[in-house]
Design a protein around this ligand. Structure first.
Ligand code: SAM
Length: 213
């Protein structure tokens, strides 16, 4: 697999830390849009799967004083880097970082009010199982938001030819159709990529999935 694809899939070592910093540039707008769709409120328990170094989501904790954040990532180097970067929030009991996989989340049922995941579903060995785990970990009425770059956009990037599962809107609709979701909507999100960190400069289309449990 291409080294860029490998580091996006599971950032590791110094190159993984650098890749996480580059993702903070290229994925900011999509993450902000996904956070806006989550409609966060004070006192909620937020799960993020695949946060990388979690720099893009931490501002949400400043905006919502009583928000409790859990970041789940299978990459040990991302867990260590997120704990290092956000040490004050961890010490204050506002954030914790847990190593584990989306397909077998180490949480009891209904542990969260909101769940978020951006640019992570492409790497799942079993997206339907991951979706079932989000549904299990969310309380009834909880909200899941996924930020997923559109397949047509992803195919323009030089590193997505291997190791990525790509999703058209219809694939996402089908993936959620079988789950215990009360309501699902998929919103288009378009941005102008201004940084070559994404491997592309120009318009980029993504899907924002909003699913109510
Ligand atoms: C491409 S990065 C995205 C990081 C950040 N969300 C962003 O958009 O910039 C994917 C992250 O998800 C993690 N990841 C990928 N698949 C995962 C899985 N099945 N379970 C847990 N973590 C996963 C990787 O280790 C990595 O930190």
């Amino acid at each position: 697999m291409d080294e860029v694809a490998r580091q996006l899939r599971k950032p590791e070592g110094p190159a993984g830390l650098e890749m996480a910093r580059r993702m903070n540039e290229s994925n900011r707008a999509l993450t902000d849009a996904a956070l806006a769709a989550l409609a966060l409120d004070q006192g909620e328990r937020l799960l993020e799967v695949g946060p990388g170094n979690a720099t893009l989501t931490m501002p949400a904790l400043a905006a919502h004083k009583q928000l409790y954040y859990t970041g789940l990532d299978y990459a040990p180097d991302m867990i260590a880097e997120a704990e290092r970067l956000h040490v004050a929030l961890v010490a204050a009991g506002r954030a914790r970082f847990v190593q584990g996989v989306a397909e077998a989340m180490p949480f009891t049922d209904a542990s969260f009010d909101r769940a978020l995941s951006v640019n992570t579903l492409y790497f799942s060995p079993d997206p339907a199982l991951a979706l079932a785990e989000y549904a299990r970990a969310l309380r009834p009425g909880g909200i899941l938001v996924l930020g997923v770059r559109a397949a047509a956009y992803m195919r323009q990037l030089p590193f997505t030819y291997t190791g990525f599962r790509l999703f058209e809107e219809a694939d996402l609709v089908a993936l959620l159709a079988d789950g215990p979701w009360a309501r699902v909507k998929i919103l288009p999100f378009e941005e102008q990529m201004r940084t070559s960190a994404a491997g592309h400069v120009g318009p980029a289309l993504s899907h924002i999935v909003v699913a109510i449990r």
